[in-house]
Design a protein. Structure first.
Length: 125
């Protein structure tokens, strides 16, 4: 299995998370996830393009001016890949949120499922 397949899937994943408009986000989610693709992390468990876009919209609204960024390399085998990421502020470069995700791929190379882990969260005062 080609490493390029995993990197392409992860690139599309970040395009969806970093899309700034609802229209752009809907297109990016459809390109990244299969029709019944899912996303599960400690804060959300959703299936389908509309629900995925809603979760991403919520994160974008909570962290305006931030970009999801890959940290390190994508590692994969068979139809599974893992990678680490940070949520980075354009204003000051801080990264209050970081995590690692495991994705499974459908036959067409789009994401069938994401299993996310939050490694760093902002402190709530």
């Amino acid at each position: 299995m080609s490493a390029h397949r995993y990197e392409t899937a992860v690139t599309r994943y970040f395009e969806a998370w970093n899309a700034t408009s609802a229209e752009e986000r809907a297109k990016a989610v459809a390109a990244a996830w299969s029709e019944n693709g899912g996303y599960t992390d400690p804060l959300a468990e959703v299936t389908g393009h509309e629900a995925l876009a809603a979760v991403i919209t919520g994160a974008r609204e909570r962290f305006p001016g931030f970009t999801f960024t890959l940290t390190g390399e994508v590692d994969g085998h068979h139809d599974t890949a893992r990678f680490r990421w940070e949520l980075v502020s354009a204003a000051d470069g801080s990264a209050p949120v970081a995590g690692s995700d495991v994705i499974t791929l459908a036959e067409d190379g789009r994401i069938a499922g994401v299993y996310g882990f939050l490694d760093r969260l902002p402190t709530v005062a």
